[in-house]
Design a protein around this ligand. Structure first.
Ligand code: PEP
Length: 252
C-alpha cells in the first residue's frame, strides 16, 4: 500500500451519454498534454461506467461508481452490486456519500456492509464521512467523524486498508460553494489519521490517502493540497466542467 494523491470526480446524476463521452474525452486529452502527479478517478452515473471504461480505459483515467449494493446478487430491484462493477473492471466505488445518507437514509452499519462488498470484490472503497453545519456549530464535529470512521472501518483487518480511501466531506461544504478553510480541513484530516493510527498502527495511518471534498474549485485546490494530511480531492460540481477539473488536477 502506498499513500497516493488522488483527484476524483463525482458526476452525481448529471450528463447524457454523449455529454459524458465528450467530457471524458476532454479530460483524457488534457492529461495527455500535462501528465498529472495525482491519479485521476471518475465516478460517472452507473449507466456510463462500462462504455467509458471500454473507450477510455487506457487513457490514464480510473473509473468507478457512486454507490453499490451490500449484496453480491439477488432480488434487489434497481441495485447494482460490487461484483457487477468488478466485472466491468471498475476500480473504485464511493460509499457513504452524504447525499446517500440524507436521501436514502443510509446508516454507518449499512455503509460498512457496502465497504465489505467492495473489498470482497477487489474494488477500492472511497469512504465518505463528514459532519453537518449544525454538528460543527455545536462543537460535535470530531465526535461525529470519530463515530462514522469507527463504525464503518474499525471492523476491517489492517490488510483491507490497501483498498480503502477516506474522503472527508463536511456536509455544509458540499455543493454550497462554501469550502472548509485549509486549516479546518487539515485539522480534521489529521484527526482522522490519528484515529486510524490509534486503532491500527502508525505505518498504516501514514499510508492512507485522505481526500477532501466540498466545493473544491480551481481557485482553492492548491492551498488545500498544500496541507500535509490532504492527499487530493473528491470533486463534485467542478468535475463536470473539463477545464475546471483539469485545473484542479494540475494543482494536485
Ligand atoms: C461531492 O459531491 O462529493 C462534492 C464534494 O461536491 P461539490 O464539489 O460540488 O461540493
Amino acid at each position: 500500500m502506498s499513500r497516493k494523491k488522488i483527484i476524483a470526480g463525482n458526476w452525481k446524476m448529471y450528463k447524457s451519454q454523449s455529454e459524458a463521452i465528450a467530457l471524458t474525452a476532454a479530460i483524457a486529452e488534457g492529461i495527455s498534454h500535462q501528465p498529472p502527479t495525482a491519479e485521476v478517478w471518475i465516478a460517472p452515473p452507473f449507466l456510463y461506467v462500462a462504455k467509458l471504461i471500454s473507450q477510455f480505459g487506457n487513457s490514464g483515467l480510473a473509473f468507478g461508481a457512486q454507490d453499490c449494493s451490500a449484496h453480491d446478487e439477488g432480488a434487489y430491484t434497481g441495485e447494482i452490486s460490487a461484483s457487477m462493477l468488478h466485472s466491468l473492471h471498475a476500480r473504485f466505488v464511493l460509499v457513504g456519500h452524504s447525499e446517500r445518507r440524507a436521501y436514502h437514509q443510509e446508516t454507518d452499519i449499512q455503509i460498512a456492509l457496502k465497504i465489505d462488498a467492495a473489498l470482497r470484490n477487489g474494488i477500492t472503497a472511497v469512504y465518505c464521512c463528514g459532519e453537518t453545519l449544525d454538528e460543527r456549530n455545536t462543537g460535535r464535529h470530531f465526535d461525529i467523524v470519530r463515530a462514522q470512521v469507527s463504525e464503518a472501518l474499525f471492523h476491517l483487518p489492517a490488510l483491507a486498508f490497501e483498498k480503502i480511501v477516506i474522503a472527508y466531506e463536511p456536509v455544509w461544504a458540499i455543493g454550497t460553494g462554501v469550502t472548509a478553510s485549509p486549516e479546518q480541513a487539515q485539522e480534521m484530516h489529521a484527526f482522522i489519521r490519528s484515529l486510524i493510527e490509534q486503532q491500527f498502527d502508525t505505518a498504516l495511518a501514514a499510508q492512507l490517502s485522505i481526500l477532501y471534498g466540498g466545493s473544491v474549485k480551481p481557485n482553492n485546490a492548491a492551498t488545500l493540497f498544500a496541507q500535509p494530511d490532504i492527499d487530493g480531492a473528491l470533486v463534485g460540481g467542478a468535475s463536470l466542467v473539463a477545464s475546471d477539473f483539469l485545473s484542479i488536477i494540475a494543482a494536485g
